[in-house]
Design a protein around this ligand. Structure first.
Ligand SMILES: Nc1ncnc2c1ncn2[C@@H]1O[C@H](COP(=O)(O)OP(=O)(O)OP(=O)(O)O)[C@@H](O)[C@H]1O
Length: 240
């Protein structure tokens, strides 16, 4: 099994000082090796929180996340960061590409975080795979949104992960690009035997996958707006 989420709960403190708001209460969720699945949920329902808990970026209040048999939740922070860099690819909703670096350098950075030697040929091959060889020297500001998204996919694959997490990867592109980027993510993951968990509010995007579940069927907490799909742009400084 590639992913096991067991008895995970997560609440956020109330900035106004009230009781914390429970966002997640997931008894069990699992993904087999190379399996591809979608979780569908309304805006604010906790999709990003769940992916961040799975990636070890957010610590759950209770429960555990196992990836490839390793209990990620029990690892000290530095080991968790290393594990994430080596085993998990994450396509963020707002990409998080580094704006001062070219497309090729962003992919190379994805490699170097794993502790392996950054390999320009392998990075160039990944950019070629996502159809961006001709843009490898462009910085993110010199790329279209769809192109940035494809760089983000190439970077996520650069670490040769066992699990790929994709957060609303189609939120910022038109329908034609939506289908293209979904196909790209699905195909590149299946070529490499990488398990894929994609979260979205977009039912048409979800319909391209065989395994689709509503977040509400695995999460005992029901929250989020119905029919609203985009979160405000955010992300790390100097990242686009
Ligand atoms: N750090 C935080 N502190 C407090 N509340 C938070 C924090 N992060 C998220 N939330 C709240 O938790 C809820 C779930 O947020 P989350 O980003 O996981 O939802 P989502 O399903 O990914 O939404 P969207 O589809 O709009 O991206 C939201 O109501 C949000 O306001």
């Amino acid at each position: 099994m590639t992913l096991l989420v067991e008895e995970v709960t997560k609440s956020y403190p109330d900035p106004a000082g009230g009781p914390p708001t429970r966002i997640l209460d997931v008894p069990r969720y699992q993904l087999a090796k190379a399996e591809q699945a979608v979780l569908l949920g309304a805006s604010g329902g906790g999709k990003t929180t769940l992916l961040n808990v799975i990636a070890g970026l957010t610590t759950p209040d209770s429960g555990r996340v196992e990836i490839g048999g390793v209990n990620l939740t029990a690892l000290p922070e530095a080991s968790r960061d290393r594990f994430r860099a080596q085993r998990i690819g994450y396509v963020f909703q707002t990409f998080h590409l580094l704006s001062a670096f070219t497309a090729l350098e962003n992919v190379l950075l994805g490699m170097s975080f794993t502790g392996r030697t950054a390999d320009r040929h392998a990075a160039a091959a990944l950019l070629e795979r996502v159809g961006l060889s001709h843009r490898s020297g462009n910085r993110p500001s010199q790329l279209s949104v769809g192109e940035r998204q494809r760089v983000a996919v190439a970077r996520a694959l650069a670490s040769e992960p066992m699990l790929m997490l994709a957060d609303e990867p189609t939120a910022n592109v038109d329908v034609a690009h939506r289908d293209a980027v979904l196909d790209l993510i699905r195909e590149t993951c299946s070529e490499r035997g990488v398990a894929l968990l994609l979260v979205t509010h977009d039912r048409e995007a979800a319909a391209r996958f065989d395994r689709v579940e509503e977040l509400g069927t695995i999460n005992r907490v029901v929250s989020g707006a119905v029919g609203v799909g985009r979160k405000a742009e955010g992300g790390a400084p100097a990242a686009v």
